[in-house]
Structure formats: structure tokens, C-alpha cells
Ligand binder design. Structure first.
Ligand code: ITT
Length: 199
């Protein structure tokens, strides 16, 4: 079995390959498809809206079931920013390093206790002729003062998950995938996956 993941983010794609691999399902990202897929404009103001936009657009184009993930980092001291704007937080020419730098700068004078944050992932599954389904997961933690670690992607180098003294980027991929927001959302998708496997 195969499933298309409507993402061009290599970090996400690798994590979904692991999650679906455990079910014996091959997860194909948009970078794995033979045809070039358009960039879907993320015009929504919530993770759900953007996840639906991505999954439904690609599902329509391919006429098959497509899963998307809209995710981000929600920081309490920044009133929830970067949130749905996580990918392009540092503006034109944004990349992971610049986004991380911007967050650290904005939190410069904030004490560790007040640097609480969570990663959020909303999965949308769009199937032609069916209602789109949504599953959400989150992972609580704190924002560190310096980037540390080389694993993962995005804001992983500055996110210390609750119960840990190292950043998400210092954990192995296997460890991250046991505790992450995306893992918790995937757990909630388990029932749907089991049904798919039987169909
Ligand atoms: P696609 O839309 O193609 O999937 P994207 O990177 O634009 O890729 P999003 O719009 O969902 O995806 O933005 C999510 C951003 O949130 C992502 O670029 C990271 O900066 C951050 N993020 C999400 N999940 C993360 C994780 O597991 N670890 C670190 N940062 C994460």
C-alpha cells in the first residue's frame, strides 16, 4: 500500500516514512512524485484550514486519498506566534536558521519559566467524494536560549520537550518520533489506517 503526503518539507516527509513504514505502508511526498505538484497557497488562519487546503488540492489533482500536515510552534510569551506562520516567520527568504534566530531574539529577555511552548500538528486526510478528516497532536516544552543539536528540522534545535533536558534536535529521529506532536496526531489516525489496510 502507498499513501501520498502533500508536503515538500523533507523533514516531515522522513518522519511520515517512518510512521507509515511501521504499518507496511509506503509514504510518498510530493518530491517523490513523477509530476511536479504546484505549491498550494496557505491562506488559512488555522492549522485545520491550511491542512485542508493542502490535502484537498492535491487529492483533487491526483484523484486519490492524500494526507497533509500543517504544523508549527506556539509560544505563550509571543501570544501564540509563530503558530501557523512558523515556516515563513522570518519573512522573505525565510529558512530554519533565520526563523530560530528571530524567535530567540524575541525571547531574549524572557526567563526560562516563561518560555513555555508547544509544537502542534494537524493532519488532514482528503479522499475524493468524502468529508476531509482531521487529527491533532501536540508536544509541550520550553524554548532554550541557544540552538543545540543537529537532528530533526525547523525549530527542533531550540525546543526542549517536557521531561527532557536536551532539545528535540539532540534526540535521535527514533526518539523524536516517540514523543512528537506528529506522533500524537498519527496515533489518533490509527483507527483510520487500520480500516484502510483492510479495504
Ligand atoms: P509543507 O506545507 O510542504 O508540508 P512547510 O514546512 O511549509 O511544508 P508548514 O506550513 O506546516 O509546513 O509549516 C510548518 C513549520 O513549522 C515548519 O517549516 C517548521 O518550521 C515548523 N515545524 C513543524 N513541525 C516541526 C517539527 O517537528 N520540528 C520542528 N519544527 C517544526
Amino acid at each position: 500500500k502507498e499513501i501520498v503526503i502533500a508536503t515538500k518539507n523533507k523533514g516531515k516527509a522522513a518522519e511520515f516514512r517512518d510512521f507509515f513504514g511501521a504499518y507496511g505502508i509506503k509514504a510518498l511526498s510530493l518530491l517523490d512524485l513523477p509530476e511536479e505538484m504546484p505549491d498550494v497557497e496557505e491562506t488559512g488562519t488555522t492549522f485545520e484550514e491550511n491542512a485542508a487546503l493542502k490535502a484537498e488540492a492535491i487529492s483533487k489533482l491526483l484523484n486519490k486519498t492524500v494526507l497533509s500536515d500543517d504544523s508549527g510552534l506556539v509560544i505563550d510569551a509571543l501570544d501564540g506566534r509563530p503558530g501557523v506562520y512558523s515556516a515563513r516567520y522570518s519573512g522573505e527568504g525565510a529558512n530554519d536558521a533565520k526563523n530560530v534566530e528571530k524567535v530567540l531574539h524575541e525571547l531574549e529577555h524572557i526567563a526560562y519559566n516563561n518560555r513555555t511552548a508547544r509544537f502542534v500538528s494537524v493532519l488532514a486526510v482528503a479522499t475524493p467524494g468524502k468529508e476531509t478528516i482531521f487529527k491533532e497532536g501536540s508536544c509541550e516544552g520550553h524554548i532554550s536560549f541557544q540552538p543545540q543539536g543537529k537532528h530533526g528540522f525547523g525549530y527542533d534545535p531550540i525546543f526542549v520537550p517536557d521531561g527532557y533536558v536536551v532539545t528535540m534536535a539532540q534526540l535521535s529521529g527514533t526518539e523524536k518520533n516517540r514523543i512528537s506532536h506528529r506522533k500524537h496526531a498519527m496515533d489518533r489516525l490509527n483507527e483510520w489506517i487500520q480500516q484502510e489496510l483492510q479495504s
